[in-house]
Ligand binder design. Structure first.
Ligand SMILES: [Zn+2]
Length: 660
C-alpha cells in the first residue's frame, strides 16, 4: 500500500469534476479502494452503447437457465488457507447496468451468473458458475464420465459435491480433458475416486502433457503475472471493480492437480466407446489451445465444442501472453464440425452455456466459424493494402449479421486485439515503418516526450484536457510517458489511474476491463504480494513435467552475462528414483542439457531424487544448505555446484508493469 493513498483519493475527487454517482448506492467520489466514479463522458459512452446495441430477444437468458436441476445460493468454495470464497459475491450483477459498467458486458455477466447443476440432455449434465469453466457429467453404463474438472481441487470439490448431491451415486469411471489449459484439468483430483486415477480412463488430446508443461513452465512466471491483469485477480468485485471475464465468472486458482492420460485422441473422426457410450472425437490441435479435442455424442446428437466455440468471441491472442493462434485452422475445425455432425441438436461447451435446437446450433456454429474467418480474411485484405496493425484494428468491425449475435461479440477476445494477432501471426511485431524499427525504450522515450510537450506541468494540462473531453486513449498515452519519466509523481499516477478506470468502465470486453482496472489499482496501491500462490499452483504440475523440460526452464533463468564471464562447467545429475541421468554443460552463457551417459570429466556428479531437485529448481529449499547437506550426494566440487546455482536469477513474480 502506498503511503499517500489518502492524498491520492482526495486528489481524485478534485480531478473528477461533475461526476455523479455511477449507480445505485455508489459513492459520488472515489470508493474505499480509490476507484473513481464513472465520468460524464463514460456515462454518455455507455448510454450510447446501450442505444446502439444490436442484440435482441431473450433466448440467451432462456438457454442459460434451461435444465436447472439445483442451485446453491451460497456456492462456497473452500480456500487453501482454511477460509472460503463465495461465488455469490457476484449477486450484485442484476437489474440495469451501472454507469461504471459497459451495458453489453453487464448483460454477459448476468448470463454467466446463472449457476448450479443443469441438465443439458438425457444423461448429460453441467455444473456451471463455480469457476471460469464448466464441469460436465456424462452418464455411462456403469458410472460417470467427467469432462473438464475446473481449475483447482477446491472449486472442483465444491462443484462435484453439488453434482453428487443430485445425481445418482455411481463412481467416476473416466475423465476427459478437452485441452491443455489449466481451467480444464487442474481440479481433477477432486473427481477421482479417493483422489486416485487407478482404474479411471483419462482421455486427452495428443501432446496434452507436453503442452501443459510448455505453457505453464517455460514462460510461466511472466504469464502468471500477466494473468493477474487478465483475470483481475486482485480487483475488488463490484460495479467499479471486477465484473466478469466474458468467458465465465473468474478462475479459482488454488491447489492444482493433473492426471496422466491413458487414451490419446490424435485424429478425426476417432470413434471410441467410453463406459458403453459411443463418442466421436474431433482432433483440433493448434486452435484455441495447442492440444485440443471436441466430441460428438450421437445418441443425444450433442456436440461438445470444448473451447473452440463459445458464447463470446475468443482470443486469437490472449492478453496474459501466449503464442498467437491460427485463425484459419480454428475456423476450419468449426466448419468441419458443421459438416461432420449435420444432425446436431445441442452444442455444449466448457465455458458459458449451451445452445439448444438444430437451427440455433447450426446458426451458432456458423457465427463462430465466420467470426474468426472474417477477422482473418479482412485483416489480411487490409494488410495487403499496406495498413499496419493499429490502423487495421481501428477500422475493422464485424458485419451486422455477425455482431447482432452476442456469441460473436468481443467479451473475452476482441476485434481490436485479435486483428493485431492475425497481423502478428503472418508478419510478426514489425509493421515495416522504419520509425518503429528501433524506437527508444519507455523511460528514455517518456523523458523526451514530456520535454517535447513543454515539461511535466504542460503534459498534465494536456492530459487533463484530454480527460475532460473523454479522450481517454490519448490521455493514457500522455500520462504513461509522464509516469515512466517520474514514477514518484503522485498526481500523474492518479491521473493515469483515473484514466484507466474510465477506459475499464467503457470496455465491452471483460478482460480489457480487468486489465485497465488492475493497472489503475497498481498505480494507486503498488503490486500486491503474491504469497506462495505460485508454488502451490505449480507444485503438482511440476511433478508431472518431464525433467528435460525442467532443465530447459532452468536454462531460461541463467544470468547469461555472468555465466559467460566464468569458466565453462559441466555436471551430471543422476536421478536414482526415476532412473534418468542428465548431463548439463554451461558455456558462453548458455546451458545445454541432454539425457544420456554421465560425462567422465564433469565438475560434479550429483545424485538426487526428483522431489529434491524440484525444490532446488523452484528455490523452495535453501540452496547453500542443501548443497552442503547429506541429502545431496555429490561427487566432485560442491563449490562449483553452488556457484552454478548462484547463476540462476531469482524468480520475481511481482515485477512492475504500469511503472518503470
Ligand atoms: Zn478454458
Amino acid at each position: 500500500m502506498r503511503a499517500s493513498s489518502l492524498a491520492l483519493a482526495l486528489l481524485a475527487i478534485a480531478i473528477a469534476p461533475g461526476c455523479g454517482p455511477s449507480g445505485t448506492g455508489e459513492p459520488p467520489g472515489p470508493d474505499e479502494h480509490g476507484s473513481t466514479p464513472a465520468s460524464e463522458a463514460t456515462a454518455e459512452a455507455n448510454a450510447r452503447f446501450a442505444e446502439s446495441f444490436p442484440v435482441e430477444g431473450n433466448e440467451d437468458f432462456d438457454e442459460a437457465r434451461r435444465g436447472l436441476v439445483a442451485s446453491d445460493p451460497e456456492m462456497s468454495v473452500r480456500t487453501p488457507d482454511g477460509g472460503s470464497f463465495s461465488q455469490s459475491v457476484f449477486a450484485f450483477v442484476e437489474g440495469d447496468s451501472p454507469k461504471s459498467v459497459n451495458p453489453s458486458l453487464w448483460r454477459q455477466a448476468k448470463l454467466n451468473g446463472n449457476h448450479g447443476l443443469f441438465q443439458v440432455a438425457d444423461g448429460i449434465y453441467q455444473v456451471r458458475g463455480y469457476d471460469v469453466s464448466n464441469m460436465s457429467w456424462i452418464r455411462g453404463r456403469t458410472g460417470w464420465i467427467v469432462v473438464d474438472p475446473l481449475t483447482s481441487v477446491e472449486s472442483a470439490e465444491a462443484a462435484a459435491a453439488l453434482a453428487r448431491k443430485h445425481l445418482d451415486p455411481a463412481p467416476v469411471v473416466a475423465v476427459i480433458f478437452t485441452h491443455s489449459h489449466i481451467d480444464h484439468f487442474g481440479g481433477v483430483r477432486a473427481v477421482l475416486p479417493n483422489g486416485s486415477p487407478e482404474g479411471v480412463r483419462i482421455i486427452a488430446p495428443r501432446r496434452f502433457v507436453e503442452e501443459v508443461a510448455s505453457e505453464n513452465v517455460l514462460a510461466g512466471v511472466a504469464m502468471g503475472r500477466r494473468a493477474i491483469y487478465q483475470f483481475g485477480r486482485d480487483l475488488p468485485i463490484g460495479p467499479r471493480g471486477y465484473v466478469d471475464s466474458g468467458l465465465g465468472k473468474q478462475p479459482r486458482v488454488y491447489t492444482t492437480s493433473l492426471a496422466t492420460p491413458t487414451d490419446l485422441i490424435d485424429h478425426t473422426p476417432q470413434e471410441m466407446s467410453i463406459d458403453g457410450v459411443p463418442f466421436v472425437f474431433q482432433y483440433t490441435p493448434e486452435s484455441e489451445a495447442p492440444a485440443e479435442l471436441t466430441f460428438y455424442l450421437p445418441e443425444q446428437k450433442a456436440y461438445c465444442g470444448a473451447e473452440i466455440v463459445n458464447r463470446t468471441m475468443h482470443n486469437l491472442y490472449t492478453l496474459r501472453g501466449a503464442k498467437v493462434r491460427d485463425a484459419l485452422r480454428w475456423s476450419g475445425y468449426i466448419d468441419d464440425a458443421i459438416r461432420r455432425f449435420p444432425d446436431v441438436e445441442i452444442v455444449f461447451t466448457s465455458h458459458n452455456w449451451p445452445t439448444f435446437g438444430h437451427d440455433r446450433s447450426i446458426d451458432f456454429l456458423k457465427g463462430q466459424r465466420d467470426t474468426y474467418r472474417f477477422l482473418h480474411d479482412q485483416t489480411l485484405r487490409l494488410a495487403n493494402q499496406g495498413a499496419t496493425p493499429r490502423e487495421i484494428a481501428e477500422q475493422l468491425e464485424l458485419p451486422p449479421s455477425l455482431a447482432r449475435h452476442a456469441a460473436n461479440r468481443g467479451y473475452y477476445g476482441s476485434v481490436r486485439h485479435n486483428a493485431k494477432a492475425i497481423y502478428q501471426f503472418y508478419f510478426g511485431w514489425y509493421d515495416a515503418n522504419p520509425a518503429n524499427l528501433d524506437p527508444l525504450p519507455p523511460v528514455d522515450l517518456g523523458r523526451k516526450w514530456v520535454d517535447a510537450v513543454g515539461g511535466p506541468d504542460a503534459a498534465k494540462q494536456k492530459a487533463k484536457a484530454a480527460m475532460d473531453s473523454g479522450e481517454y486513449r490519448w490521455a493514457a498515452t500522455l500520462l504513461d510517458h509522464l509516469v515512466f519519466t517520474d514514477p514518484d509523481d503522485d498526481e500523474a499516477r492518479e491521473l493515469l489511474a483515473t484514466t484507466y478506470d474510465q477506459l475499464g468502465y467503457q470496455a465491452e470486453n471483460g478482460v480489457w476491463r480487468s486489465v485497465y482496472l488492475t493497472g489503475a489499482s497498481e498505480l494507486r496501491h503498488g503490486v500486491p504480494e503474491r504469497g506462495d500462490l505460485g508454488k502451490r499452483f505449480a507444485g503438482e504440475l511440476l511433478a508431472q513435467i518431464p525433467l528435460d523440460l525442467f532443465f530447459a526452464a532452468m536454462a531460461t533463468r541463467i544470468d547469461g552475462a555472468k555465466a559467460a564471464a566464468g569458466e565453462p562447467r559441466s555436471f551430471n545429475f543422476v536421478f536414482s528414483d526415476v532412473g534418468e541421468t542428465h548431463v548439463l554443460e554451461l558455456e558462453n552463457g548458455v546451458l545445454h542439457h541432454r539425457r544420456g551417459d554421465p560425462m567422465p570429466n564433469a565438475d560434479a556428479t550429483v545424485r538426487v531424487t526428483r522431489a529434491l531437485f524440484q525444490k532446488l529448481g523452484t528455490g523452495e529449499a535453501g540452496i547453500r544448505d542443501l548443497v552442503f547437506s547429506d541429502e545431496l550426494e555429490v561427487e566432485g566440487s560442491r563449490m562449483a555446484l553452488l556457484s552454478f546455482f548462484g547463476l540462476l536469477d531469482p524468480v520475481d513474480e511481482g515485477f512492475a508493469i504500469v511503472t518503470p
